[in-house]
Design a protein around this ligand. Structure first.
Ligand code: ATP
Ligand code: MG
Length: 411
């Protein structure tokens, strides 16, 4: 894509109404635009990143047997009343129609997915089933000051699994946890798997996937020897205590952001809706369910919090809007245009800055936008039939002959 075709403009200064690095940089670089607190539009560059993260999540959910669906965001109030969530879930957005009827906006979708899936499950032979969707969620959050980390409308993957018994659920629970760690690894993050309370309805513990960052809103305690990690909110322990698991290490406190969460829902939703299947002995049973959330837009914000410097964003390659940023500062653009065309024909993802602006402005924008590899064409490099390659995260530059460029970039 030619940079001149982007309708978005970069800003020299951070916007005054943003407090966090992720929102400041994403707005400055033209990835997102704030409509109001906690609600953003995704602009061409930002949407590319959101789609890349979504694609990685999709691949890993498909790999563990998840079937992708798309459920509505506008829900009738009745199922929410049936499960008790209408009164108990404080973040639920409620709407009243001009007809007087009540509706809810989806903040999670157990109320919709349970009757939907169970309509198709008659016997144990129809189980297990796992379905997921990727889309908007709505929550009436009191404070939305953390940019993409806490939206009132945000992008989430939510998966729901249905099992004949607890044992089969436990088996799948472990598989999903591994898939989550794989997703995080693919986007360049390391997470701590943290024990937490099971949320509003459950006595059971859940697991949160926590990425350490000062921009996060969670406090966790983790052992410096074993993998023990717990959310401070529910912990019986405090920082400095001996690890209750291994007894060797000490507990450290850290600030983190919860990018994902997996829950054991037990039989709650099957019971609430009175939905059953016939087990092997021909007895009626409620399904055992799990739900698995992953904050895709929050992940995008966390990536910026983790990967930036004072000049801008530094995207991991797997989620960058483009793989290469081609910049021309030579007087005559003919050679750079040719290079762009040849990289396009090799199907490399290139953003090409051929704008009539100063070299300084081009470098500043390139650092701000944060594409992992910069390719510079200047009168100086052209004297050697070369371009200069530089990684966004380093300072080392390398001259590459134009005739070898596509091959080099591919390797
Ligand atoms: P939090 O404690 O941060 O409010 P939660 O426990 O309410 O999160 P879940 O209901 O488990 O979150 O939602 C699944 C995932 O969706 C979370 O792990 C998080 O990554 C993301 N998420 C939740 N709320 C928001 C929000 N307001 N904005 C952006 N992402 C969110
Ligand atoms: Mg919440």
């Amino acid at each position: 894509m030619k940079q001149s075709e982007l309708f978005t403009k970069t800003l020299r200064q951070p916007p005054k109404d943003e407090e966090t690095i992720n929102a400041q940089l994403l707005v400055r670089a033209g990835f997102v635009n704030k409509l109001m607190a906690g609600v953003y539009s995704y602009l061409p560059l930002g949407l590319l990143v959101l789609k890349k993260i979504s694609q990685i999540v999709k691949e890993e959910m498909d790999a563990i047997g998840g079937q992708e669906i798309l459920m509505p965001s506008l829900h009738p109030a009745e199922p929410w009343k049936k499960t008790g969530a209408w009164d108990k879930v404080d973040v639920l957005f409620k709407l009243k129609s001009r007809t007087g009827k009540d509706y809810a906006l989806g903040q999670s979708e157990e109320e919709v997915v349970t009757p939907l899936v169970m309509k198709n499950v008659q016997t144990y032979k129809d189980l297990p089933v796992s379905v997921y969707q990727i889309g908007w969620k709505y929550r009436d959050e009191l404070r939305s000051k953390s940019g993409l980390l806490r939206g009132r409308e945000f992008f989430m993957k939510d998966m729901y699994s249905f099992h004949e018994d607890q044992k089969d659920f436990e088996r799948y629970y472990e598989i999903v946890k591994k898939a989550y760690l794989k997703i995080l690894e693919r986007v360049g993050l390391v997470a701590k798997v943290t024990e937490a309370s099971g949320g509003g309805f459950s006595e059971k513990i859940s697991y949160e996937f926590m990425v350490l960052t000062d921009a996060g809103e969670d406090k966790i305690l983790y052992c410096d020897v074993c993998e023990f990690c717990v959310n401070e909110q529910i912990a019986k322990n405090k920082a400095g205590d001996k690890c209750p698991k291994c007894g060797k290490g000490g507990l450290n406190a850290a600030t983190a952001s919860e990018v994902g969460n997996v829950f054991d829902l037990g039989q709650k939703y099957g019971k609430d809706f009175g939905l059953t299947f016939k087990d092997k002995d021909n007895n009626k049973r409620h399904p055992v369910m799990g739900c698995y959330g992953l904050g895709i837009s929050r992940l995008m914000g966390v990536l910026v919090e983790k990967f930036h410097d004072d000049k801008g964003i530094i995207w991991p390659k797997s989620v960058s809007p483009f793989d290469f940023h081609l910049i021309n500062i030579a007087k005559d653009p003919t050679k750079a245009d040719k290079i762009y065309e040849s990289l396009q024909s090799e199907e490399l993802a290139v953003l090409y800055d051929q704008r009539q602006v100063s070299a300084g402005e081009k470098f500043a924008d390139s650092d701000l936008i944060g594409i992992p590899v910069r390719i510079l064409v200047s009168d100086k490099t052209l004297m050697e039939d070369s371009v200069e390659i530089k990684e966004r995260k380093g300072s080392k530059t390398q001259l590459i002959k134009i005739k070898n460029l596509a091959e080099t970039l591919k390797s």
